[in-house]
Ligand binder design. Structure first.
Ligand SMILES: *Cc1c(COP(=O)(O)O)cnc(C)c1O
Length: 363
């Protein structure tokens, strides 16, 4: 049986008629950018997260860098972020000229709240929390630190649509929650897309200005903005998927629960669940000291896997100018050498799950 790490086609076929009808509706409408699909999606996604406002954007990376831009964070400022994140989180900081200050992760692969305070300086302006792999981070200590030191709080929710901490949705704990709708994400579009959510009316207003060349009123440009608009087709298709989000999340959580209950192998470490947090399994990430052999073994059985992520941002060529070396963040680096994401997607059949479980248990 051939199993790929992700099957985005399955996600399409789950609601094929609804997607096709919506696509035709938008195509026939004659209105393709910033119209009623985008504004309806913004209302519906805000309601879904429990935030007051949502602003649709062109990508998750745009959501991140525009978040710091709107908050006025740039040259000379420091932003605290976990070391073991996807590089886009860090680019959201550095595009603005600000400096990322890395913190090692905890046992749940999220930023370790106990290691943040020692990194706070006069230059620290914000904490960027990444709810990595789809599990909500330990928000209570982080929110208190932000209050104590008057720091902005931005959340990278590109992998955590629908994940909650103590019943509250990720993206709503601080100033801005940043989302990606890249096709492989839990709420995926059929192309690129992103959004921010916020409870601050001024932030929402500024974000709308920035995404459209810095203009609120056509041809009156207040700031140097960008072109980062979610288009009508993607917004319409996202509305279809969002209307099924609860069942899609439950489906992934059921696969995650099966993996946790049925994977038994001393060579493999399973993900740990944080008390009070939910996990929506954007990825199901196991660890193995003998990862190369495990990958080769699974390849032979035609089970595809992905490493999220093999090179931590502090060791990426792009960030050589920050001056870090191997050994600077040992936990982050060990994770980069051991983590492996196994197949996990909506529409994964029971037979496919059985096959993956049996193969890993027999390794
Ligand atoms: C996907 C992702 C992003 C970037 O989103 P794009 O829409 O691809 O720009 C940022 N942060 C994390 C954690 C991601 O997984």
């Amino acid at each position: 049986m051939k199993i790929m790490p992700n099957r985005m086609d399955r996600g399409f076929f789950q609601y094929q008629d609804e997607f096709e009808n919506k696509a035709l509706e938008v195509l026939r409408s004659g209105w393709y950018v910033l119209g009623k699909e985008v504004s309806s999606f913004e209302e519906e996604f805000a309601a879904y997260t429990g935030a007051k406002y949502c602003v649709g954007l062109a990508s998750g990376l745009d959501a991140l860098w525009l978040a710091f831009r709107v908050l006025g964070i740039g040259e000379g400022d420091e932003v605290i972020v976990q070391g073991n994140t996807y590089i886009a989180s860090v680019m959201g900081i550095t595009i603005n000229g600000a400096t990322p200050i890395f913190v090692e992760p905890d046992d749940y692969y999220q930023i370790d709240p106990a290691k943040i305070e020692e990194k706070i300086t006069d230059k620290t302006k914000a904490i960027l929390v990444v709810h990595l792999y789809g599990q909500a981070s330990n928000m209570e200590p982080i929110v208190s630190l932000c209050k104590k030191y008057h720091l902005r709080l931005v959340e990278d929710c590109a992998q955590s649509h629908g994940a909650c901490y103590r019943g509250q949705m990720t993206g709503t704990f601080g100033d801005i929650g940043c989302f990606s709708f890249y096709p492989s994400k839990n709420l995926g579009a059929f192309g690129d897309g992103g959004a921010i959510v916020t409870n601050d009316e001024n932030i929402a207003k500024d974000m709308k200005i920035y995404r459209n060349y810095g203009s609120e009123k056509r041809y009156y440009n207040k700031v140097v903005g960008t072109n980062s608009r979610l288009d009508e087709l993607q917004a319409g298709l996202l509305r279809v998927r969002l209307s099924h989000m609860d069942e899609l999340t439950a489906e992934k959580q059921a696969i995650g629960a099966r993996y946790l209950a049925e994977l038994h192998n001393d060579k493999i470490t399973l993900p740990k669940l944080l008390d009070g947090a939910t996990h929506v399994y954007h990825q199901f990430v196991i660890r193995c000291k003998d990862r190369d052999r495990l990958i080769a073994y699974l390849n032979e059985k035609e089970i595809g896997t992905i490493i999220h992520y093999p090179i931590p941002p502090h060791l990426a060529e792009a960030y050589r100018y920050l001056g870090f070396r191997e050994g600077d963040f040992p936990i982050t680096e060990t994770l980069a050498n051991e983590v492996l994401s196994i197949p996990m997607y909506n529409g994964m059949t029971k037979e496919e799950q059985d096959y993956v479980i049996d193969a890993i248990n027999a390794f």
